[in-house]
Design a protein around this ligand. Sequence first.
Ligand SMILES: [Zn+2]
Ligand SMILES: [Zn+2]
Length: 408
Amino acid sequence: MRLLEDIVAAKPHIQSIRRDLHAHPELRFAEHRTSEVIATILKGWGVEVHRGIGGTGVVGVIRGGGADAPQAVGTIAGRTIGLRADMDALPIHEANEFAHRSTHAGRMHACGHDGHIAMLLAAARHLAQAPNFFGTVVLIFQPAEEGGAGAQRMLDDGLFERFPCDAVFAIHNWPGLAVGTLGVANGPAMAATSEFEICIQGRGAHAAMPDLGVDPIFVAVQIAQGLQALVTRVKRPMDRAVLSITMIHAGEATNIIPDTATISGTVRTFDDAVTDLMEQGMRRIVQATAQAHEAQAQLRFERSYPPTVNHEREAQLAATVGEEVLGPENVRRDMEPTMGGEDFSFLLRQCPGAYLFLGNGTTGSHRSAGHGMGPCTLHNASYDFNDDLIPIGASYWVRLVERYLSDA
Ligand SMILES: [Zn+2]
Ligand SMILES: [Zn+2]
């Protein structure tokens, strides 16, 4: 690996910032302290800071040493690259007992966004002190990735009008991938997410006299079974989709057929057309099944995040830079996409770019005394960002900027 020496030397300092953020997690759109910490640190390094974009969002701007240089005129030098880190924590009670564990009951950085901030800060420090590039770097510290569509809020607040970017990139730390391995997906990286709720209205009756009522539980079960046909029989086998029913609520006693039942869950796809197909199919199956059994049913289908789809040129560049910094053996150009969702998708709809995975480790070797036991997956109460990624991710960011904003 070709890590930058000053970044490696600054690791203890940046790690202490990361651990302070870990100890003070804030939920979506409430990242007040977090954004204050980020803004103060950036200003201390002489970075131009803009606040309050999309609520608690922070944008830092670093102009390259070559931006005003005569040789820059009419060349690639005027370009702008956006680097994004999300800031929010999750409503999970932390199980870790190390010194930097969450000081807030019921809140923790279980998705490693504290580490995303740290890697981008470490890169910002270097870029501000050694702006060896032509053009502009826009550091995007975004609120509310976890279900709040904070990226969209920043766009609504004029992110790209105020800070037009030619390309945007984001990194997510990724457990299960070896430390220092970069995963780059071709095309879709993360899924489109939709949530649904189906309310079934039957007619309650004595459990021993079902003929006198309309059993909504029976109807709910028929619908639950029928919906899976959309995945196996309706969409093309080559298209990827998952439909998971995660809640069924009905009834209170063994001798009563209830009036109503509700089914809720999520649909994930990589393509809006497939989401359309799934929604239309759900409406048909829900209505027809209810009608067949003399019940009534309503489907509420809400789309939250669009699919996160990498742009080819930017994904290739990201992988090439990865090979330079991390070594060719540590880059996976064919990273399998995941069915998780990501609101960076909103930025990629308006600007070319790529969403990247950086291995947080496979063995949990960074887990020390005080780490909880059990699987170390994202959104787990024992999760912790691996600080070894700070110099890796930051060196990568710097090299990506220099490559993208080079005059070569
Ligand atoms: Zn998450
Ligand atoms: Zn995350």
